[in-house]
Ligand binder design. Structure first.
Ligand SMILES: NC(=O)C1=CN([C@@H]2O[C@H](COP(=O)(O)OP(=O)(O)OC[C@H]3O[C@@H](n4cnc5c(N)ncnc54)[C@H](O)[C@@H]3O)[C@@H](O)[C@H]2O)C=CC1
Ligand SMILES: O=C(O)C1=N[C@H](C(=O)O)C[C@H](O)C1
Length: 267
């Protein structure tokens, strides 16, 4: 039985993760935390998630819980996530990281920590998006440099980072397939007199509106035809179930940095 801790338990993903833990066999929620200033400290995590009491009380820190779980799942923000990462390294706990919006230093800290603990780090835990990453690699290799590549993503009004972690990963996959460096060729939004499109760029466009769970389209546009690969999430449970699956998969991995392609056997 894998014992799971969910940090950010009252967040949009935190609540979905608590529900997913209750649905997946071989796994149990044993610890839940929230920001120390949250009004939900002391509340029952199951009740907060809308699935009825589960007896796990939301705590303000992990400090009392070191013996109570095996894998930590973090869908919060980069700053608290890196604090949780340090805590997990100190206590020898494994970690599933779904949080997005890290800078290069944050990503390097995660890679370094994974030399001491097992970590699954992925901007999107859904099976469908991870299938799309495979399809994107194939599409880029077949269509090559003759097409213009644009990535469009849409999310709910509360999302704080842009472009989404998923859009950036899609860009990396396409750039790698074409032998380009995304840092050199990405264009993030356009305004004013931009001049004609530079052919080797990869463009990103961001929409923030209403309650969109998460839409991503990668467009490969030539003269006379275009290919579009689109994923639309309609429920956060698709991400939560992937994260919980990753937590169970990590059980026998003592060190190493993995992503959902590893978990799903897509490499
Ligand atoms: N990898 C994936 O499949 C997915 C990743 N995400 C990412 O997950 C992250 C969270 O997204 P949402 O749930 O929509 O955000 P949210 O804002 O609803 O939830 C974040 C929660 O973390 C809590 N938090 C902040 N500091 C904390 C601390 N020190 N200790 C404990 N809890 C703390 C907040 O109070 C909040 O409840 C974002 O970075 C988002 O991009 C979201 C969906 C899927
Ligand atoms: O913040 C979100 O909601 C989501 N974030 C992830 C991202 O940044 O790619 C994944 C998903 O699209 C939902």
């Amino acid at each position: 039985m894998t014992r799971v801790a969910v940090v950010g338990a009252a967040g949009r993903m935190g609540k979905a993760l608590i529900e997913a833990c209750a649905q997946v066999e071989g796994l149990t929620l044993s610890v839940a935390t929230e920001h120390p200033a949250s009004s939900l400290i002391g509340a029952d995590a199951g009740e907060v998630a809308g699935i009825g009491k589960n007896g796990v009380i939301i705590a303000p820190t992990l400090d009392e819980a070191a013996n109570d779980f095996d894998v930590l799942i973090d869908f919060t923000r980069p700053e608290p996530c890196l604090l949780h990462l340090n805590w997990c390294v100190a206590k020898g706990k494994k970690m599933v990281i779904g949080t997005t919006g890290f800078d290069d230093a944050g990503k390097a800290a995660i890679a370094k920590a994974a030399q001491q603990i097992g970590v699954v780090f992925a901007p999107n835990m859904s099976v469908g998006v991870n299938l799309c990453l495979k399809l994107l690699d194939m599409a880029a290799r077949v269509l090559g440099d003759s097409v213009d590549i644009e990535i469009v993503e849409a999310h709910h009004r509360h999302k704080v980072d842009a472009p989404s972690g998923t859009a950036l990963r899609m860009g990396e996959v396409v750039a790698n397939a074409l032998g380009r460096d995304l840092k050199e060729c990405a264009v993030y939004g356009r305004e004013g007199v931009t001049g004609e499109r530079e052919r080797q760029t990869i463009g990103f466009a961001t929409v923030r509106a209403g309650d969109v769970v998460g839409d991503h389209t990668v467009m490969f546009a030539d003269i006379g035809e275009r290919v579009e690969i689109t994923h639309k999430a309609s429920s956060r449970m698709t991400f939560a179930k992937g994260a919980v699956r990753a937590a169970a998969w990590l059980q026998d991995k003592n060190t190493g940095l993995f992503d959902m392609q590893d978990v799903l056997g897509l490499k």
